[in-house]
Design a binder for this molecule. Sequence first.
Ligand code: GLC
Length: 540
Amino acid sequence: MTLARKDPFVVADDWWRGAAIYQVYVRSFADGDGDGTGDLAGVRSRLPYLARLGVDAIWFTPWYRSPLADGGYDVADYRAIDPAFGTLAEAEKLIAEARDLGIRVIVDVVPNHVSDQHPWFQAALAAGPGSPERELFHFRPGRGPHGELPPNNWPSQFAGSTWTRVPDGEWYLHLFTPEQPDLNWAHPAVRQEHEDVLRFWFERGAAGVRVDSAALLAKDPTLADAEPDDTSGYVDRDELHDIYRAWRAVADAYDGVLIGELWVPDPERFARYLRPDELHTAFNFDFLTRPWDAAELRASIDRTLAYHAPVGAPATWVLCNHDVTRTVTRYGRADTRFDFATKRFGTPTDLGLGRRRARAAALLSLALPGSVYLYQGEELGLPEVEVDPARIQDPMHARSGGVDPGRDGCRVPLPWTAQGPTYGFGDTDTGSGAPWLPQPPGWGAYAAEAQADDPRSMLALYRSALHLRACQPGFQGHELAWLDAADDVLAFARGAGLVCVVNLSAEPAALPPHREVLLTSDPLDGDGRLPSDTAVWLRT
Ligand code: GLC
């Protein structure tokens, strides 16, 4: 299926400004052929579930041909689906079937690096020092009398060195693992190729593109050493804006949307990427990393809205994704912030408390103006799993010397049924493969099937909230006005008399005058007050 440009469905409107977008980590979502690895057949069989949940779009983490050295963020061919997941024809079918259910598809493009198995890198290795093939990457001679020292001191995003030496003596740069060589974005062929890749997926009906590691592509051409904590050689460089302006021109021809994965802490610098001729939106990691604390969350919301307004971009709200600790676990810990540096095995966790807070946080984030991202299993209230270190595949774990549990704990294959050898993840009639990561005992209690008819379940809460968010007046638009409230209580009004109150204090809170309670994350107390760690949506 090739879509004509300006397809009426895709043109529709600024759907992305208020969309609810569901992230599918294909490997762990649903396994159609029963080999233990999730795939496109599995996703296709679960599209009705996503439609019933009420999401507007699906963002697929990379589904391209890949050796999976970093869960698919090591792409060997941007125009092919990994055979473990399916085929390109099947991806096209999936996009069409999702469209028929009113769900758009967002693909994930990984421009900072390719797999070391990508033909470009293989050609660069074969061609040798000084060749044009090596100019597509950052190859350099080493330092020291025999070139035995890496060309500079940049630290990896995944611990360890950013340089690997090849047999002819040259070194190549990789901000992530050695299996992910960084591309040289100063080279015109690199730019041309990625603009073509965008067209390729827009032509196949993708409504948007998530841009992986979007702040890292451009490098200081001198590759000079950096002082500790100075990332200016490879993070948030000014050259990036020109790259994204060119991408925007490509996307605009298809009414496609560009979503940046930008870990840029300075909100003013962050917002520069969202100017009208650059990316459409970007993940709000400031909000994601905040602790369960009223003042911190309110400050983050205010800062987010203040910095987005001048560039005319909608905010986004994200509580978790495939890289971070699952929300119910994070909120059940003494330290409720998210920080890559502090993840450890054996952190004490009160899952009951975390679940209450995650429910309240769901209503908070779904009530804020802008678009919202859900990560698969968030709607089931899945906790982070402590995966047996011998089974962990995430390179973050090994590269930390085994100290960091890595990110597999939020990537455990989903439970669909309460019973069964894989809790419905795999089709045991067609295959017998155990899930690629082990599911913990009791995983079936979180199954979609087990929650579907329980009005108190996390799934029921998300379904109700997404439904109200889509059809109640007041959630549209971008206005937000804070209301007076007790200490550690967040209360704000949206349009049309819609009010959200979140109680982060230890005491029950009185509700403001209202006509109707639309939804609560947990029941009100006997006096009609909002208990601790509970949120409510009101019509006033
Ligand atoms: C992004 C992805 C992460 C991946 C990294 C390298 O941060 O979200 O999963 O490991 O980029 O591509």
